[in-house]
Design a protein around this ligand. Structure first.
Ligand code: MLT
Length: 284
């Protein structure tokens, strides 16, 4: 079910699925990738394990959530210093407050993972467990930041559709690109539908995000790391490194999937997620 609430004068839209159950096991918050929206979690929202509630927000400026206030910061050169990936994390914490949820398991894919790290920085006690999918804990390299500058240029000159055209081939793995034209079109459509005043500040937030390796290494609760074997953006080696940082973490490498492993191989992704949720979180 699609819902929304008002926070600091902005609407935050989210999907909320909670099949009837005698006993509640917990809440899983699903945080989407760039430049997508909560709609990318449809295959997971359609398969919520018994007792769980899945909540998937559209991050600020994506999907149906309001963008940043028009105060001139929107991803323009010189405005980046004011943008923080933790802005999204604060919105997610406000969503938990709105739902009266003290602590949740947090699943972030790529940019969603960076937001999950922001939640660890701001309020680690509210994170009962983590699913880090196709993401990385380190900050952008200088070359990565230069590429963000180019992405802003592409956005200005060709709009979100032009940016999506350039990005989508890298978001999906070689197998999906070869055999799933429907999925290629679906992801392109979802990316191209995003508003420039959500996408531009997001680029600023991505390029200024801090290294979160220390926060991840200090995480002492259940962790599942998931990665598509064909992920070219955050490859399996990065997943193995994250897995190695946390004692008793689980690792699921997903065959025939690239960066958007949850969309490319939903059955395998859901199997790994279900196993993690149902075996590691008996008590709320
Ligand atoms: C994403 O999928 O969210 C992006 O690839 C993240 C990034 O560009 O660092």
């Amino acid at each position: 079910m699609r819902r929304q609430f008002e926070h600091e004068g902005r609407l935050i839209s989210y999907r909320d699925v909670q099949p009837p159950a005698e006993r509640q096991a917990g809440v899983l918050v699903l945080l989407h990738a760039f430049p997508l929206a909560a709609a990318m979690w449809e295959p997971q929202l359609a398969a919520v394990p018994t007792g769980w509630r899945f909540v998937a927000p559209d991050l600020r400026g994506f999907g149906a959530s309001s963008p940043d206030p028009p105060d001139g910061r929107g991803g323009e050169p010189g405005g980046h210093a004011a943008l923080s990936i933790d802005d999204y994390a604060r919105d997610v914490l406000a969503l938990l407050d709105h739902l009266s949820v003290a602590a949740a398991v947090v699943c972030g894919l790529s940019m969603g993972g960076y937001v999950a790290f922001g939640m660890l920085r701001l309020a680690a006690a509210r994170v009962r467990g983590l699913v880090l999918a196709d993401t990385r804990p380190d900050a952008d390299t200088p070359a990565g930041r230069a590429a963000r500058g180019q992405a802003l240029e592409t956005l200005r000159s060709t709009g979100v559709a032009g940016l999506a055209d350039g990005m989508v081939p890298r978001l999906l793995g070689a197998s999906s690109r070869r055999t799933r034209p429907d999925l290629v079109a679906q992801v392109r459509q979802l990316a191209a539908a995003q508003a420039p005043d959500g996408v531009a500040p997001a680029i600023g937030r991505l390029m200024t995000r801090p290294d979160a390796t220390a926060e991840l290494a200090a995480f002492a609760r259940p962790l599942l790391v998931v990665c598509g074997e064909e992920d070219e953006i955050t490859p399996p080696d990065v997943a193995r490194q994250m897995h190695g940082l946390v004692a008793d973490a689980a690792l699921a490498l997903i065959g025939h999937a690239g960066h958007l492993s949850n969309l490319e191989q939903p059955a395998a992704f859901n199997t790994a997620l279900d196993r993690f949720l149902t075996t590691r979180f008996i008590q709320p």
